[in-house]
Design a protein around this ligand. Structure first.
Ligand code: LMR
Length: 400
């Protein structure tokens, strides 16, 4: 029955890890996927997550019954507070419907399915470039995907004029996907003033902002600072969608912990939205999984653990910044042609190096260093030991 099937291509991000796993080389290095590694290059589980898990394990009153379709209510309440703030007017007015979903991807997908079914406009504008999964998620949900200018490869910064021009030219009412902070893959974010300009345009054209928030606390190390853009939009009385992921900031990657918040026009709309989003979730996966959300809720709901988590986040953010400095210095020390200052200017987990597809292929082939084809390097995958190796590989790739 399936003779006609063609071999599908590997995923451009997950496929890099698959290729890395198959490589027997002892010097291999994976800076493809966005996953934080400790100095020894090993996957990292924050101590606070281990502590929360121990507490859960020792709590014999816990069971394995189904969660509600909307997820763990303690988790969704705390998640909403984390992104919108304790004193958020939208939360106080009960205009927000938050549901637990399967990490960032699952949250965006549920939001996209909801929009395809219930929103008048069936088009979403995504930045160029963006996370590789974005266009697919919206397309399979049934929305038409269009793009707006975001990155300027000459300045290696934001093309703010281009962004405003393209969104101005877009029809009123469409959905606009925004990265809340630490834009993936570029590591380039709008300034506070630029965010206000974007807000003015989006609100003026009655567009629906849909935030992908995968790096709260990871961009600056500060949870409040990284929530600036979302709080700006959620605080102006208008509507917006926010997809939160705890993969990176709590190191809960494979636990698939996330939330979708839909900020609505009123409390009664939010209630009806919740009733409808349940109809989307139920046939998809029925109810979300228990464990990861319980871990996140334990951390978010306990002052001591929460503070420990904040220190962990700062530690991870600082280590990434240190890696940026080291890589920048190493390239400068080698006299590698080009201006590499973007490595220290970009924020978050990634550096959008500007390496070409051919240079990436060369580096992978000759040095067994795995990078996504767009030249994005996960700075969180580097260590003091591996930076010189990567710098050497980049130097040779650029000068050959
Ligand atoms: C990434 O961009 O590397 C991460 O968000 C992991 C993924 O699922 O692609």
């Amino acid at each position: 029955a399936f003779q006609h099937l063609m071999q599908a291509p590997e995923d451009p991000i997950i496929g890099v890890t698959t290729a890395f796993s198959k490589d027997p080389s002892p010097v291999k290095l994976n800076v493809g996927v966005g996953a934080y590694r400790c100095e020894e290059g090993k996957p990292y589980v924050p101590q606070v997550v281990r502590e929360a898990e121990l507490r859960l394990l020792n709590d014999l009153s816990r069971n394995k019954e189904y969660l509600p379709i909307t997820g763990n209510p303690q988790f969704t309440g705390l998640s909403a507070k984390l992104i919108f703030g304790e004193d958020s007017p939208a939360l106080n007015q009960k205009r927000v419907c938050t549901v637990q979903c399967l990490s960032g991807t699952g949250s965006i997908r549920v939001g996209a399915e909801f929009l395809a079914k219930h929103y008048a406009h069936k088009t979403v504008y995504i930045p160029i470039p963006t996370w590789g999964n974005h266009p697919t998620i919206f397309t399979v949900a049934g929305l038409e995907v269009k793009s707006y200018t975001y990155y300027d490869s000459n300045t290696r910064g934001l093309d703010y004029e281009g962004l405003l021009r393209d969104l101005n030219a877009a029809p009123s009412g469409v959905v606009v996907l925004l990265h809340a902070c630490a834009h993936n893959p570029t590591g380039v974010d709008p300034t506070a003033d630029q965010w206000k300009g974007i807000q003015k345009l989006i609100r003026g054209k009655n567009m629906l902002p849909f935030f992908d928030c995968a790096y709260q606390g990871f961009a600056s190390g500060n949870l409040i600072k990284d929530a600036f853009s979302v709080r700006l939009f959620a605080g102006d009385g208008g509507e917006c969608f926010v997809a939160q992921s705890y993969a990176k900031n709590m190191g809960l990657y494979g636990e698939r912990v996330g939330a979708l918040s839909m900020v609505c026009g009123s409390e009664s709309v939010a209630k009806r939205v919740e009733s409808q989003v349940k109809l989307i979730i139920r046939p998809l996966y029925s109810t979300p999984p228990i464990h990861g959300a319980a871990v996140a809720a334990t951390v978010l709901g306990d002052r001591e653990l929460f503070n420990e988590w904040k220190a962990d986040l700062q530690g991870m953010a600082d280590r990434i910044i240190h890696m940026r400095q080291l890589l920048h210095e190493a390239l400068k020390a080698r006299g590698t042609p080009g201006d590499w200052s973007h490595i220290i200017k970009q924020i978050g987990m990634f550096s959008f190096t500007g390496l070409t597809k051919e240079q990436v292929a060369f580096i992978t082939d000759k040095f067994h260093i795995y990078i996504t084809f767009d030249g994005r390097v996960s700075m969180a995958g580097l260590s003091v030991k591996t930076v010189p190796y990567l710098a050497e590989a980049i130097h040779i790739a650029v000068t050959t």
